[in-house]
Design a binder for this molecule. Structure first.
Ligand code: AHM
Ligand code: MG
Length: 366
């Protein structure tokens, strides 16, 4: 490779270039989404830099406060939450935010909501004549996010990440919880940023999934994983087996099939990091399943619908995989509270089909 020439490359596909290219396909687009995403990217870079120097800066450790999930908060969780709230509010494109770390939704104050207009054009038939109308619709965004997921892994240097999902509000009403208590299929974009051996941002705006790696020397996310497609069937399953004694029948049967396949195929490998972003990232790239099922102790599972289950399910489906709750397609769920939880099985298309079949068979027995 010619490193001298490489050092002067300015034609790299940065995330901003990529999103601008995508948005330019919509003539009515005014750049609001690009601005919002740039602020999310800024938050990711900030958190990445804090995670990298956490040990040095003595950020590792507990603040001593208990968060709304009843867990002790770590300093980095608190910092990341502040970073993303500030970044999102200052984008001037948001109206309501939901963070894992805050009990209540954050309604952005009117002066910071900004006003993003959306041009529309319509051709309609009236009195046997065609009419053309050009107008302006306001649109603003709701962002749901987990600022630093996998916090139990912070102190030992295992990959952790930020997860986000974005809804669009098309009119000028006062923001309410109803704007975010929407099924995941209504999201316009979702993604995660993984702070690991490299910093990787994976994004979908509803048409495929793309991965960008932070080049620390440029401070830019560069497209490194274009059009990620999850393998149709995988060789890995990922679950916290320590909960096995409390699993339901279909989960236990699926894991049994992974270890002792009856069709002569090789046993699957178990990989479980305990950090959703890292486990889902591996599942997207290598295929297989990631599960956080219901169990007798936690009938709704552990993971939160709005900012964990939905964004990851959105990415999985856009990469050609599936996401299932044990009862239904995950993206069809309608949350009733902002911190609702749901069981989740996501991954390769064929593997999730197998899990769906086990639940369907269980349903027939009942
Ligand atoms: P957190 O939001 O408190 O960090 O919890 C979510 C994490 C996920 O990253 C991971 O998939 C899961 O909890 C692991 O849970 P467990 O330790 O029960 O296996
Ligand atoms: Mg979390």
């Amino acid at each position: 490779m010619d490193h001298a020439a490489d050092a002067h490359r300015t034609d790299l596909m940065t995330i901003t270039r990529f999103v601008l290219n995508e948005q330019s396909k919509y003539p009515e687009s005014r750049g609001d989404f690009t601005i919002l995403l740039n602020h999310i990217v800024l938050g990711c870079k900030f958190v990445c830099s804090s995670v990298n120097k956490a040990g040095l800066a003595k950020l590792i450790g507990l603040t001593g406060e208990i968060n709304i999930q009843g867990e002790e908060q770590k300093k980095l969780d608190v910092l990341s939450n502040e970073v993303f709230i500030k970044a999102l509010v200052s984008s001037g494109r948001t109206c309501i935010l939901v963070s894992e770390e805050d009990e209540d939704a954050i309604i952005v104050e009117p002066s910071k909501r900004g006003r993003c207009f959306h041009l529309f054009s319509a051709l309609f038939l009236m009195n046997n004549c065609f009419h053309y109308e050009l107008g302006l619709i306001q649109c603003r965004y709701c962002v749901v996010f987990d600022p630093l997921d996998g916090s139990s892994n912070i102190d030992c240097g295992v990959s952790i990440g930020t997860i986000f999902g974005i809804y669009m509000v098309k009119d000028d009403h006062e923001p309410t919880l109803a704007d975010v208590l929407q099924p995941g299929k209504q999201m316009v974009a979702a993604g995660y940023c993984m702070y690991g051996s490299s910093c990787t941002l994976v994004l979908s705006t509803g048409k495929g999934v793309n991965g960008f790696t932070l080049d620390p020397s440029l401070g830019e996310f560069i497209l490194t994983h274009p059009d990620i497609r999850i393998p149709k069937k995988g060789k890995i399953y990922s679950v916290n087996e320590g909960n096995a004694k409390n699993w339901d029948g279909p989960t236990a049967k699926y894991v049994e099939n992974c270890k002792f396949p009856k069709d002569g195929s090789p046993s699957k490998s178990l990989r479980y990091i305990g950090s959703m972003v890292a486990d889902v990232h591996r599942t997207l790239l290598y295929g297989g399943t990631f599960m956080y099922p219901a169990d007798k102790k936690s009938p709704s599972g552990k993971l939160r619908v709005l900012y964990e289950v939905f964004p990851m399910s959105f990415l999985m489906e856009n990469a050609g995989g599936q996401a299932f709750t044990g009862k239904q397609r995950a993206l069809d769920l309608v949350p009733t509270k902002i911190h609702d939880r749901s069981p989740i099985f996501l991954g390769s298309y064929d593997d999730i089909e197998e899990i769906k079949a086990l639940y369907a068979a269980e349903g027939k027995k009942e």
